[in-house]
Design a protein around this ligand. Structure first.
Ligand code: NAD
Length: 310
């Protein structure tokens, strides 16, 4: 197999944890970390390179945006993160400036790469990156955000733990903003092909309205609570990034709740989408009840307001 290179711009908590997850899973053959803080990028690259002895033979280096050349995927994790009490949308103006300086450089040096955005607020950053992609002539679908992949993972994991079943049997999606207005789509959740209440009773239990509220609260406020305790979140999103990169590099045609602009909603937001080696190949939509549809409209309105204010 030839070299398969992944560039990561932003070697902070998220970028470094993503590089480490990629090495542990042996997904690319080469990773380059790029950061304005060159010392941080080079130290993270050296530290993560030592993991390769126990994982896969991945070449891990640091460099500048020129060194992104030849990347199949570039992951953008550069930018400020939330501090306790801040929402993701509070980061807009600072991170928009960073995206405006980083994204054109990515397309200049790695015009054939798919660009995956993880920087928050991820839907707004995705929208900015899509704008730069249009200017650079990069086709739609080759730029998208991690969106609600992490929220979807949390939703599935929490429900699976509550009903006592392997998470792979829980199919469910979080759509809309990766943030406070996101929507958990309960109406189409299934466990091994059965509605949740039916599956729960087959297990000899039940799933109450209170259980549902508890899940909503845990999913929507997960990041905020983790940040209260340890100052940042990174392992979960790192696994999300590794999964998205794997889907792209191995052309898996997986359904991921990534963020991209949807014409009907008029902004970038997350919906289940079919992702292959060439990026997003199809928007799939999701079956929702009337209340969920209204909440998704509201989430889109929040995002349109923030994207429009830039
Ligand atoms: P961090 O502060 O540890 O790292 C950010 C890095 O970006 C720093 O090393 C900084 O030097 C670098 N940087 C800033 N401007 C740059 C530029 N112009 N070019 C290159 N590098 C630049 O923050 P973190 O905890 O790693 O978080 C990074 C981003 O990821 C934040 O916006 C955070 O909110 C987001 N995040 C997203 C998710 C998700 O699910 N999408 C989850 C967690 C965190």
């Amino acid at each position: 197999m030839g070299s398969v290179k992944v560039g990561i711009v932003g070697a902070g908590f998220v970028g470094a944890a993503a590089a480490n997850a990629l090495v542990l899973r042996g997904i690319p053959t080469e990773i380059v970390l790029v950061d304005v803080d060159e010392a941080r990028a080079s130290s993270e690259a050296a530290d993560i390179a030592h993991v390769t002895t126990f994982a896969a033979p991945v070449r891990v280096t640091s460099g500048s945006t020129v060194d992104l050349s030849g990347s199949s995927v570039v992951v953008m994790t550069a930018g400020s993160a939330q501090t306790p009490g801040q929402s993701r949308l509070d980061l807009v103006s600072r991170n928009a400036q960073i995206a405006d300086s980083v994204v054109p450089e990515v397309f200049r040096h790695a015009p054939d790469a798919l660009l995956l955005i993880a920087t928050n607020p991820v839907d707004v950053m995705t929208s900015i990156a899509e704008r730069h992609a249009r200017v650079a002539g990069v086709p739609a679908g080759r730029v998208f955000g991690t969106g609600t992949m992490l929220d979807t993972a949390r939703f599935r994991q929490i429900v699976a733990a509550m009903i006592g079943v392997d998470v792979t049997h829980v199919h469910a999606y979080v759509v809309g903003e990766h943030g406070d207005s996101e929507v958990l789509v309960w109406s189409s959740l299934d466990v091994a092909g059965r509605p949740l209440s039916e599956f729960a009773s087959a297990m000899g239990g039940s799933f109450s309205v209170e259980d549902r509220s508890r899940v909503e609260d845990e999913v929507v406020h997960a990041a905020e609570r983790i940040i209260q305790g340890k100052g940042a979140t990174y392992y979960g999103v790192a696994a999300v990034i590794a999964r998205a990169v794997e889907v792209i590099l191995r052309d898996r045609r997986s359904i991921l709740t990534v963020s991209a602009t949807d014409a009907a909603y008029g902004c970038a937001l997350s919906l289940p989408r079919l992702v292959s080696g060439s990026g997003i190949v199809r928007d799939l939509g999701v079956s929702m009840d009337a209340e969920e549809r209204t909440r998704l409209e509201r989430s889109a309105a929040v995002l349109r307001e923030h994207i429009g204010s830039l």
